[in-house]
Design a protein around this ligand. Sequence first.
Ligand SMILES: Cc1cc2nc3c(=O)[nH]c(=O)nc-3n(C[C@H](O)[C@H](O)[C@H](O)COP(=O)(O)OP(=O)(O)OC[C@H]3O[C@@H](n4cnc5c(N)ncnc54)[C@H](O)[C@@H]3O)c2cc1C
Ligand SMILES: NC(=O)c1ccc[n+]([C@@H]2O[C@H](COP(=O)([O-])OP(=O)(O)OC[C@H]3O[C@@H](n4cnc5c(N)ncnc54)[C@H](O)[C@@H]3O)[C@@H](O)[C@H]2O)c1
Length: 634
Amino acid sequence: MQSSLSLSFSPGSSSAAPAPRSRVPPDFLHIAAPQTLASLRFYGIRREVLGFSSLRRFGCHFSRRVHVVSHERPPRRLSASASDNGSASKSFDYDLVIIGAGVGGHGAALHAVEKGLKTAIIEGDVVGGTCVNRGCVPSKALLAVSGRMRELQNDHHLKALGLQVDAAGYDRKGVADHANNLATKIRNNLTNSMKSLGVDILTGVGTILGPQKVKYGKDNVVTARDIIVATGSVPFVPKGIQVDGKLSALKASILIHKIEVSIILLLETIIHRDYFTKYLFFSPLNGFFHYFITCLCLEKPTGKTVITSDHALKLEFIPDWIAIVGSGYIGLEFSDVYTALGSEVTFVEALDQLMPGFDPEISKLAQRVLINPRNIDYHTGVFASKITPAKDGKPVTIELIDAKTKEPKDTLEVDAALIATGRAPFTQGLGLENINVVTQHGFIPVDECMRVVDANGNLVPHLYCIGDANGKMMLAHAASAQGISVVEQVTGNDHVLNHLSIPAACFTHPEISMVGLTEPQAREKAQKEGFEVRIAKTSFKANTKALAENEGEGLAKLIYRPDNGEILGVHILGLHAADLIHEASNAIALGTRIQDIKYAVHAHPTLSEVIDELFKSAKVHSEVSSPASEPVAV
Ligand SMILES: Cc1cc2nc3c(=O)[nH]c(=O)nc-3n(C[C@H](O)[C@H](O)[C@H](O)COP(=O)(O)OP(=O)(O)OC[C@H]3O[C@@H](n4cnc5c(N)ncnc54)[C@H](O)[C@@H]3O)c2cc1C
Ligand SMILES: NC(=O)c1ccc[n+]([C@@H]2O[C@H](COP(=O)([O-])OP(=O)(O)OC[C@H]3O[C@@H](n4cnc5c(N)ncnc54)[C@H](O)[C@@H]3O)[C@@H](O)[C@H]2O)c1
């Protein structure tokens, strides 16, 4: 049981019914000036500072109310086959409210409706989040182009197939439009899929006001039996690096709100009058004031030279020489795009080898296939400690320091720099302080069931966090799978997602994919737990389909336990590796052992035979039983 002082306000905020959807375009809504106490609280402004006259003007009054919060699990609901939004239990507006309509939120919403939950999703920017608008979708459109360009420019490859092609070329704007149009199409698909199922899409920044209560937009409050936070992430830019791109719309809106409210409160405090609230917020001057602050916050989108993936995906220009800081997924995929479109790339990587997150053997092979033959050089073991954008005819300068000694190492001068040094969880304005949750390195702490853990180590009742914001696995399908897992739990099914069965892929040419442990991770686990680890490998060079495509470069690697046939990890570099990994990831998810899967039959000639060969070449101890050796009923 827990009691708290709460603030209620009227009009405009009804906890009985959600506010009608705004007709203001989502892009602009969140930049509107705040006019309610609730939104002021959102910025940490206390009621004592505001004074009661201000509060009344905001349409608020105080009441002492005790929330009774049960720490028990909610009564289990029966799954409903209804394909429309159900009706919430009497005491809440919704069964489930999701904050953030990225892929995680979308996956959760669709599954929730399928389960008969009355569901709403709150979005502060545009539906689709990072993946659809600034991530997977536009980047894969660019990579589709780079793959074709690469093939068309490879005389040796074309000759081997007996093809003749005149010089390949591209239209930058056409390529950029392809990425942008695809993002728009997928965003519309996502929106329509939610609308058609009856998910309420509520527009505005969502803030948790307290247990089971969320504010969104200006002053709308909804209650829900369960809340899922799915607020995602933004590019992480290390200290010392000056990005000259625009702020993201969501970040900008929050910053603009904060600046406006701070200026007004400062002016009111100085002169002890409320003119400013009256004249700036509730008069035509508001528009000018807001425009002025917005111009201060948002830089012009032209002439950017130090960028993150948010900007790079727009393909506003193709630099002759670009430094890519960070050689993880984003760095590697963009190196594929830029080199195919004619840029020279220099990697700057803090760790001692490129692509440090991959299995070391795959990183080595990737270096041989994806880096060395291309127009790419690299500096490893160095930090980009300071990056200054190009200005007045001067190039972008990058100061490099030794990652260990921190001694200056080198200075690079390039046309542009892409900062691909990871992503930071986005939790600003979420109101975590209202529920005593403290982030860890920015991430929202959760247990294995995505239940949010508060500052005292207790579970926050009815609150879950999925996707990039919890940092378990920053992948689109992981976010969605976590959302589905949470919905399973709130509808009464115990479900724990096995993150070791979630595959990942890097969509270079050729692709890289993986699931489970890397070899060093497996060996460490084996040493701790006392079992043997073995490795099996197969090459694409022996695969008919790969050779027919003249794409024999590639390797598949299996890490397994010979004592019981457990698959610990699979890593693939080669043609369509991203599609091939699912046989292994499904096997891990279902607990299928090598001695079971090695008898499965694969069509010939297909790339899947690479994986078939991989499982067949594993040596599981002979005494381990296999279903194939048992009699089968026909
Ligand atoms: C360049 C790039 C390429 C990528 N490629 C791939 C890929 O190929 N495959 C893959 O699996 N992953 C890829 N990713 C990662 C993938 O995009 C993320 O893992 C995924 O988008 C995370 O989903 P999410 O739902 O957790 O968050 P997001 O997609 O970031 O969505 C969060 C949403 O919440 C909204 N929001 C935030 N705060 C609030 C608030 N307070 N109120 C209301 N709304 C709020 C945001 O506006 C956003 O719409 C890529 C990422 C990048 C940057
Ligand atoms: N195909 C995909 O699934 C895909 C594609 C793109 C992004 N993503 C997701 O997006 C997330 C972010 O990707 P990312 O590539 O930015 O991060 P990442 O964590 O994959 O790689 C970041 C790299 O930057 C290096 N680094 C960090 N700070 C540095 C500095 N100051 N100087 C030099 N090097 C530095 C790190 O050592 C690391 O190698 C990933 O977690 C990934 O899951 C996935």
